[in-house]
Design a binder for this molecule. Sequence first.
Ligand code: CMC
Length: 429
Amino acid sequence: MSKDTLTIVDNRTEKTYEVPLFKGAVRAMDLRQIKVNAEDFGVMTYDPAFMNTASCQSSITFIDGDKGILRYRGYPIEQLAEKCSFLEVAYLVLFGELPTASQLKEWETEITLHTMIHESVKKFMAGFHYDAHPMGMLVSTVAALSTFYPDAKSVLDPKVRRLQILRLIGKMPTIAACAYRHRMGYPIVNPDNDLSYTANFMNMLWRMVEPKFVANPVLARALDILFILHADHEQNCGTNAMRAVGSSQADPYLATAAAAAALAGPLHGGANEEVLKMLDEISTVDRIPAFIEQVKGGKGRLMGFGHRVYKNYDPRARIIKQTAEEVFKVTGRNPKLEIAIELEKIALSDEYFIKRKLYPNVDFYSGIIYQAMGFTPEMFTVLFAIPRTAGWLAQWQEMITDPEQKIARPRQIYTGHWIKEVVPIEKRG
Ligand code: CMC
């Protein structure tokens, strides 16, 4: 009868070990017993970019990268994008099940009650340079919230955690809009509690002198769909930062700031801004082949292409492409779409991209919609961070309540000098 174990032979000692498989994985600590002698530390695993290491067990998001499948709590992303609102999906991601009508109403009210920010937070943001990048402002301001809510430190108390979740999801669009208006030199607009989550965000971004801002419903819905698509994506770089920082029991504002900082990088959420820069650089369809050759020659990357997990079309990119058509009916076609579609066509038929299974990811088309809606490229990653806050907090909560989790503290393989004698400074050199 087959056993759920691995048999490992250590050729150094000719000893044999039987290591249990845990849900198809090897527990790295089970390898520590493999030693050449009693003083030996034992075998470790080496995986600098977590290419084949599960850092947790999670029941939030499922991705099948080969088949291009994404599900939150078991629900396919396509159905959630079609049938739900962002706040409904945020509830699902955070609490494990879709809300009933009354639960949703209560949840929306709770979030709405936390959309305002302290006047001192506005003053804090007013101190940023006039052209500060909105992601830098967002990261710093979210970290600064830690100083406003010292109660957040009690991360082991479920009631305290819930309150911070409401605050963070409620305040993220407000902070994002303040960052935008600060750059534009416009006065800050307070939240309007009559509006939906996305319509209120649009109000805080774009209201000028009109007494009541009315968002275009097609654009508000498109933004809601984009938020749904970005709500969670299992153990990506930002989420890993959230869990790692949260594992020290730092409060969730500090952990969320760390996650947002990771998101800001061009290989992660910062890619959506880079895609627009790339499309600007290409500028006309006839220049695409030369650009592709440049990428294949190792000069830069095709931004918005490739993914650590997806080795197939990113299902979010497909939905964004459909949503773009709805948006363009209102805003007119973004001329960059032609370049993007042609770029995708050429890349998907090119041996270099086929061999490496490089397909468009979520960031490839999102910037084109955002730009058509009136967002400047510097805001794109901020638009990613707002909905991802729900996912970060769900993952943080799961980590805090997981009895197997401890402070995240990897090992290293030391490659430096063994031991050296300090030479007095006058004798060095
Ligand atoms: N353009 C050209 N070549 C690429 C690209 C790309 N976008 N992505 C990967 N490759 C090549 C890479 O050069 C390597 O080739 P080789 O085997 O000859 O050395 C091979 O494909 C594997 O790449 P990798 O860097 O080992 O793969 P990874 O899993 O470490 O990186 C990635 C994943 C997303 C960082 C990478 O594909 C990339 O840099 N893409 C562009 C940036 C981007 O669009 N990021 C957004 C990701 S999706 C949303 C998010 O996570 O925020």
